[in-house]
Design a protein around this ligand. Structure first.
Ligand code: KG4
Ligand code: ZN
Length: 337
């Protein structure tokens, strides 16, 4: 029986969670409104906000879990990948807290944690992915197809050659004049739009690679040309534009996922990362699973975008193997799976 405190600070969310033997006791996330005004995350502002938030967020998680500091068996933190300044805040706090409590430290890879979020147990029972499974991880910084043989073995089969899927959503939103992060807003507009109204070209990249930078450029030119003819074009067609761009992103993701499933005879697929909150993508993957008669695992919304429950879950697996980190550990902005 282990009680793990998880700490996440890789980008613009300060988060802490407590897990007891894989069961969630508390999950606290403080977002950072400050970036909205700038149309994207400003690293230095993110670090400062993490510094303000980290102590109250951890204290709140421990309080909500109904435990005391001494009940914690280990402290798991995001070592990377992410923004170095942001990672430094969580890492330094975790090191200080572990030292003060005389408890072991566990370093967690954020991208592994997004995938292992499928193993968190909470009040809503759901099926866990069966090994081996393939996960489509789609976030603001990554787009990867990963083969997971067990909770410790991850093989990246393919990834994006340029922008991540989340960036494709966020950059499109910016072109349309929507605030950051644009993904959820595109999703909302797309719900009442026609996905077949406008066509955007699909990137032609080999194997299981992805590419989204061409899509962003074609949206940019399309909006520029249409707005020259009608200045209200975006306002009048926002739902159809969002639905069409979203459709194009989903088509590209699903094409590669289909190829992996068939080439490797995969029987279980999972979705992870912030973009897995997208309702169109969730629907498309569910239909794909039904069509191919394979298991599909879609994370609950709370574990799609950045959170610390997934860091604690990753920490729980590493705790079982007693894989602890030294107190002189340092964050890594780049940290391969
Ligand atoms: O995993 P995440 O919280 O942070 C990273 O590790 O990057 O992912 C954030 C990304 C952003 O690009 C955001 O726009 C996107 O996830 N996102 C969505 C939706 N919710 C979040 N994209 C499309 N539809 C959504 N509903
Ligand atoms: Zn993330």
């Amino acid at each position: 029986m282990a009680v793990i405190l998880g700490i996440e600070s890789s980008c613009d969310d300060t988060a802490a969670a407590v897990l007891s033997n894989g069961k969630l006791l508390a999950n606290v996330v403080a977002g950072q409104e400050i970036h909205k005004a700038w149309g994207g995350v400003i690293p230095e502002l993110a670090s400062r906000a993490h510094q303000e938030n980290i102590i109250p967020v951890v204290a709140e998680a421990i309080k909500r879990a109904g435990i005391s500091n001494n009940d914690i068996d280990a402290i798991a933190f995001t070592r990377g990948p992410g923004l170095l300044g942001s990672l430094l805040v969580g890492t330094s706090f975790a090191k200080g807290f572990a030292h003060a409590l005389n408890k072991p430290l566990i370093e967690v890879n954020h991208m592994q944690a997004h995938i292992l979020a499928h193993f968190i147990e909470d009040e809503t029972p759901r099926a866990k992915p069966e090994f081996p499974f393939v996960c489509l991880t789609v976030s603001g910084g990554h787009t990867q197809l990963v083969l997971i043989n067990d909770p410790y073995t991850f093989e990246v089969l393919g990834e994006t050659q340029d922008d991540a899927a989340g960036e494709a959503f966020d950059k499109t939103a910016k072109i349309l004049g929507l605030p950051y992060p644009g993904g959820p807003l595109i999703d909302k507009h797309a719900a009442s739009g026609n996905p077949e109204r406008f066509r955007f070209p699909q990137a032609n990249v080999p194997d299981y690679s992805f590419s989204f930078s061409g899509l962003k450029t074609s949206v940019l030119y399309f909006v520029r040309d249409e707005t020259a003819k009608n200045p209200d074009f975006v306002k009048e067609n926002i739902n159809d534009i969002c639905a069409s761009v979203q459709h194009s992103i989903i088509l590209h993701l699903l094409k590669k996922l289909r190829a992996v499933i068939s080439d490797r005879n995969i029987k279980c697929i999972a979705l992870a990362g912030g973009v897995s909150a997208n309702s169109g993508l969730r629907k498309a993957i569910t239909s794909l699973g039904e069509e191919l008669q394979i298991q599909v695992c879609i994370p609950p919304f709370a574990y799609c975008t950045d959170n610390a429950a997934m860091i604690a879950m990753s920490g729980e697996f590493l705790y079982r193997k007693q894989q602890f980190a030294p107190l002189n550990t340092a964050p890594l902005a780049r940290y391969p799976l």
